[in-house]
Design a protein around this ligand. Structure first.
Ligand code: ATP
Ligand code: MG
Length: 785
């Protein structure tokens, strides 16, 4: 009713309202960061359902991450006062997996196909490159996989590539051979790589019009967030999904009992779904993965008659933060100028900090976070961004030492661990017996005396008899291998049979328990002499807990569902609850998110812009957009930091301030002095910065290279060693309240309380001058006095 509809529009400005209420075939909402694009998209979904213009099942909303999807689902539910069952709110990848699981049998795959992540792809490519001796042509798993991925994002498959490649160039001929072998291996293994999920869905729709018609008929409204970062494959998917269903196809649907009468238009066809896309070309940061900004700039040409709505008011950040963002992005020449404004007042100045080293910088971040927290800001409202994953090491060391709760978002390391990949390979082998990669991974893991020669023999036997690797294991007795090896192979084969029998009965946790126990995976790690293996065994057992969580959240979920969830989550972002912790992430992961306080670290040349971007056309512009994305995540407090020396690529080198720093008007930043520098050198932060600034504007100047405040920076002893690189281990240092301790950074203090157990024991210490701190006893640089 009207009451509800007006509630959905509550507090929206006129342009936002229009974006929610407009009805028509195509709508493009372009606007800067924080102007409510995602909010408007969410309300639009709710409005379509509340007004009964669409059933939930007729809506497909695409978000950039799983986390964003979960948030949107929750908000739509809250706006409607009911759950939004049947609605598809997901990433491109999840939506495609869902479609492929249903439809893969149309083109020779089974419902239980495996999804290969980038690490799996590389293992496969490594094997292929070795077999083809392609390394002599300069091919590596990394460069081959990057090139294949790029081709797939352009929707080129082996056949189309073969038609355009110049095979008289031996290098190109070799690449074609790699691409061919790789494609064949995936097909044989009943597997899709990550790019295939989208490319193969497009292929499916184009090759099987009656399959496409099902989805074109189903989704009446398609909405896409972060449209500026769609690549050609994703763009094509959207085009296929929003096509009209032709009359003869509609007749077929009707004949098959589908009630489509009221969907038909005057000509008897079903018109294409209405499409809404929202985006900001200033936030396009995935060109390296094939994202094509033209998808947004040419939207009006692709979808004639499209309505365009512009939003200009920013509701997220204070004016100072916005002014900095506006000033920075204005330096990109290839853009339409748009100015964001905020009614939220100027707010605080941006805080700038230059540390000696990455550790010094990390200490600043940790100290500021503690201050914000002490002033009442929740840890979950604070985020730390960096350009490269390598930067986390220093941050993590300091955070652990300060007992500061944090978590790293994106690229869930847990699933990248070798022992977890081993255990997951057992599950994959059970779910998809054609998965050769998984079979070969577990063949001799844990070691059971099956050597590489036997593995090759099994592979050739499978090849020669046109059977799968799995079936070759069954026939191992006929291969004339030694009795011990044959027994080992038969044992594995029987374990896999036992596990697949268990799959039919139900619980994923029972299957994983059986596999990791009976295979000896856990036992081998437990009995190892390598102290790290104990932790590895615990990780593998942690998988049981993971599957039990999955069962709780998905009572009807099966093994394939579990594997799907893991592969999608591991590849994109994680769904774990981040309450109560500071979030650490790369700038790429930060897109679309917002926090009260943001720390942008490592704002240095070679990091931001990244040194790899220098040779790329448009590279520095894209890096500037990344910086813009980072700045615009902050609601109230923005911190920008850099270090004068940076340990990177295995060596410590002198760092230069990022060229983007000088693009921020000076009056918006308040530079803080580095305590270390003030104490030990008598220099001040502003002097340090002036030294750096005086070198800006002259491109030929070496910048900080080799000197600091006029002093040579060559000798190691000139570098700060306040924080050592090593994580120490205090073992079982006994502490209790009342004890006096000395800390290398904080000086002397008294232990107030000890909480936690084992390696996680935390001392709450009142330092004589540094105040109250919580320290992880095991590794804090402390001694009892
Ligand atoms: P980004 O470009 O970073 O993805 P966005 O354009 O999607 O940003 P949102 O995340 O939707 O912006 O909105 C930014 C913030 O502003 C959110 O906290 C949102 O709740 C708030 N907001 C949006 N519109 C309004 C409004 N009309 N009144 C008050 N707050 C609003
Ligand atoms: Mg958004």
């Amino acid at each position: 009713g009207w009451g509800g509809a007006s509630r959905l529009l509550d507090g929206l400005n006129p342009q936002q309202r229009e974006a929610v209420e407009y009805r028509g075939p195509a709508l493009l909402i372009v606007a800067g960061a924080g102007s409510g694009k995602t909010s408007v998209l969410t309300r639009r979904v709710a409005s379509l359902i509340e007004s009964r213009e669409a059933w939930p099942s007729q809506i497909l909303a695409i978000t950039f991450t799983n986390k964003a999807a979960a948030e949107m689902r929750e908000r739509v539910g809250a706006l409607l006062g009911q759950g939004a069952d049947g609605m598809w709110i997901s990433t491109f990848h999840s939506a495609c997996v869902r479609i492929l699981r249903k439809e893969a049998e149309n083109f020779g795959f089974t419902q239980s196909f495996t999804i290969y992540d980038s690490a799996d792809s590389r293992v496969l490519l490594k094997r292929i490159i070795k077999e083809l001796e392609a390394d002599t042509f300069g091919f590596t798993p990394a460069n081959a996989s990057a090139r294949i991925s790029k081709l797939k994002n352009e929707l080129a498959d082996v056949e189309s590539f073969a038609r355009m490649v110049n095979t008289s160039d031996p290098q190109e001929a070799m690449f074609l051979a790699i691409f061919r072998a790789y494609t064949r291996a995936l097909t044989v293994a009943n597997a899709f790589d990550f790019d295939d999920l989208i490319g193969q869905t497009v292929y499916l729709f184009r090759a099987f019009p009656h399959v496409a018609a099902k989805y074109q008929r189903r989704f009446r409204h398609v909405l896409v967030d972060e449209y500026q970062d769609t690549n050609h494959a994703q763009y094509s998917l959207i085009r296929e999904l929003t096509r009209a269903v032709p009359t003869d196809m509609v007749n077929e649907l009707e004949a098959a009992g589908d009630h489509v009468r009221n969907l038909r238009d005057d000509e008897g066809k079903i018109p294409g779904a209405s499409l809404t896309v929202v985006g900001d070309s200033d936030q396009s940061i995935y060109a390296f993965r094939g994202a094509d900004i033209r998808n947004i700039t040419e939207f009006e040409r692709d979808f004639p008659g499209a309505k365009v709505v512009l939003l200009e008011q920013n509701y997220r950040s204070t004016q100072n933060i916005l002014s900095a963002a506006n000033a920075v992005i204005a330096n990109n020449f290839d853009r339409k100028d748009k100015k964001l404004w905020s009614a939220g007042g100027d707010g605080d100045k941006i805080i700038g900090f230059t540390g000696y080293s990455g550790h010094d910088e990390a200490q600043f971040v940790a100290d500021e976070i503690e201050k914000l927290h002490a002033a009442g800001m929740a840890y979950s409202e604070i985020a730390v961004f960096y350009r490269t994953n390598a930067q986390t090491r220093a941050l993590e060391e300091i955070f652990i030492r300060s007992a500061l709760p944090y978590r790293i978002m994106g690229g869930t390391k847990f699933y990248e661990r070798a022992e977890i990949k081993d255990a997951m390979a057992y599950l994959a082998a059970v779910a998809n017996p054609l998965d050769t990669l998984a079979m070969r991974r577990i063949l001799n893991t844990p070691k059971r005396g099956i050597g590489p020669a036997t593995e090759t023999q099994l592979a050739s036997f499978a090849e020669a008899n046109d059977i799968s690797f799995r079936e070759a294991l069954r026939d191992a007795a006929s291969l004339g291998l030694g009795p011990k090896v044959t027994r080992a192979i038969t044992g594995l084969s029987e374990l896999l049979d036992e596990a697949s029998a268990l799959v039919a009965e139900g619980k994923v946790s029972d299957v994983i328990t059986l596999l990791i126990t009976k295979s000896g995976l856990v036992e081998t790690l437990r009995s190892s002499r390598d102290p790290q293996d104990e932790a590895r065994a615990e990780n593998v057992e942690e998988l049981i807990a993971v599957t039990k969580d999955f069962e709780r959240n998905n009572p009807d979920g099966n093994l394939v569902d579990f594997l799907t969830e893991v592969s999608l989550v591991a590849a994109a972002d994680d769904l774990d609850d981040s309450s109560g912790t500071v979030s650490l992430m790369t700038l790429h992961t930060a897109k679309g998110l917002e926090y009260d306080a943001v720390f942008l670290t490592g704002v240095e040349e070679d990091l931001l812009p990244h040194r790899m971007s220098a040779g790329e056309p448009g590279g520095p512009s894209e890096e500037r957009r990344l910086f813009y994305v980072g700045i615009t995540r902050a609601r109230k407090k923005l911190h920008i930091s850099l270090a004068m020396t940076r340990a990177q690529y295995g060596e410590t080198s002198v760092a230069m301030p990022s060229r983007y720093l000088q693009e921020i008007p000076a009056e918006l930043i308040e530079w803080r002095q580095s305590p270390g520098m003030a104490n030990s050198r008598g220099g001040t932060q502003s002097r340090a910065l002036n030294a750096q600034k005086s070198r800006w504007g002259d491109d030929s100047a070496p910048g900080l290279q080799g000197s600091f405040n006029g002093k040579a920076l060559t000798e190691k002893k000139d570098w700060p060693n306040r924080v050592t690189n090593q994580v120490r281990d205090n073992g079982d240092l006994e502490l209790q309240s009342g004890d006096r301790i000395r800390h290398t950074d904080f000086g002397e203090g008294r232990v107030q309380q000890v909480t936690g157990i084992g390696a996680k024991r935390i001392a709450h210490v009142a330092f004589d001058s540094a105040g109250a701190k919580k320290l992880l006893i095991k590794i804090a640089p402390i001694e009892k006095i």
